[in-house]
Design a protein around this ligand. Sequence first.
Ligand code: AMP
Length: 471
Amino acid sequence: MSFSELGLNPALLAALADSGYTVPTPVQAQAIPAAIAGRDLITCAQTGSGKTAAFMLPALHRLSLQERPATAAPRASRQGGRTPPRGREQERWQPARPRMLVLTPTRELALQVTAASEKYARRMHQVRAVAILGGMPYPKQLELLARNPEILVATPGRLIDHMASGRIDFSQLQMLVLDEADRMLDMGFIDDIERIVAATPASRQTMLFSATLDGTVGAMAQRITHDALRIEVDAPSARHGNIEQRMHFVDDLAHKNRLLDHLLRDASIDQALVFTATRRDADSVSDRLNIAGLNAAALHGDMHQGARNRTLAAMRRGQVRILVATDVAARGLDVPTITHVFNYDLPKAAEDYVHRIGRTGRAGRSGLAISLVHHAEQFNLRRIERFTRQSIPVEIVAGHEPTRRPQAAKPRPQGRPGGPAADRRNATHTDQRPDKAAANWRAGLPRSAHRDPTQGKQAGNARHRSSAGSR
Ligand code: AMP
């Protein structure tokens, strides 16, 4: 199938050709014709599936069919694009009246959505998109709103602030998109979202995108849409088929740091993203890597927006090879040259693992995701494997072997041949350990785990490797 068969207008088709996109992704093939027809969408799709274009292309198509409403004339000339004046002058200040609103969980994703809309709309006239974000200076935001953009991309909290001060009027709103809705709910935005939705016309078209449609997010999707087309691409088991996953067991922090340094020296890495659990760790790991002569930078929520943008720009230009980031900062990050993702710490939520590893293998490329796992994190690991319905093969690097073996998992009652439990039993058993190390290992485990770790099958899913990989 081609984009022209989906009914998009020539200006959009030309912009797609400029971007080198020839074939719609599955989510685009399903979403675009329905959204052009004005249908609401409830879409279960991951980042990397092409979901941004799946809502932005039909939205731009629909905007291109319309005249700009007379009530929404630009006021930038009247105000000179400056901060709105106070007092009597303020009476002449009119709110922005966007026709499309995209809500995203993070600033980075909002900026990416805005950039995508500019890319696709470059051959269209008179379509302006702006991002309204926390962390951006207030006068700058007012200046952007004064341009009366057709498309507003925003994080919920900051949008609420502007709605409360009367800077935004949703009476002309036709399309509402909730991007990564599950994530917005995880981040506690549910009340803000409800307030925003309540402020928009009931006649709007609503397009909701989410990595999962379970529980609260599924209920909200039903509540805010009308006769929506439900689209599900990528069952969890099929996620990230182009991304190879591996894990290494580590004994302690020093072992983890040594192993990370070693793995990051792999020549096959173009650019890598290293995830840490905390902002402080992002800074300290980045500092340590720089001292070790590896070109690294940190990205986290304690940094000012300007610094975050500069770091991301340096990453995109290839001036930074290793980005050390927290989950929120790296959410939605789309840098196609990231070949490797490292989990310096495993995420607590299994969904975050999927989002993290999806930062590599972008735009149809292959990628490698490597997790460094302390034996105490095995509970998290199993949760991740259950969620993705994939087991993560264990690797050992010669010279960096863990001295502790992973905890032997209970055999599965139904004798399933593969699966995470079998992999855990098979892990790291290609080398026999000295008795002393085994005794130490047992001594460090809770009573319930005092089971002979060698009792499982020895088929050996673990592979000895002498380097980080041969990709
Ligand atoms: P998304 O899921 O929206 O984050 O998109 C993932 C990546 O795929 C982005 O780098 C897009 O620019 C790219 N992309 C989106 N649609 C297509 C397509 N039809 N063909 C090739 N690449 C695409």
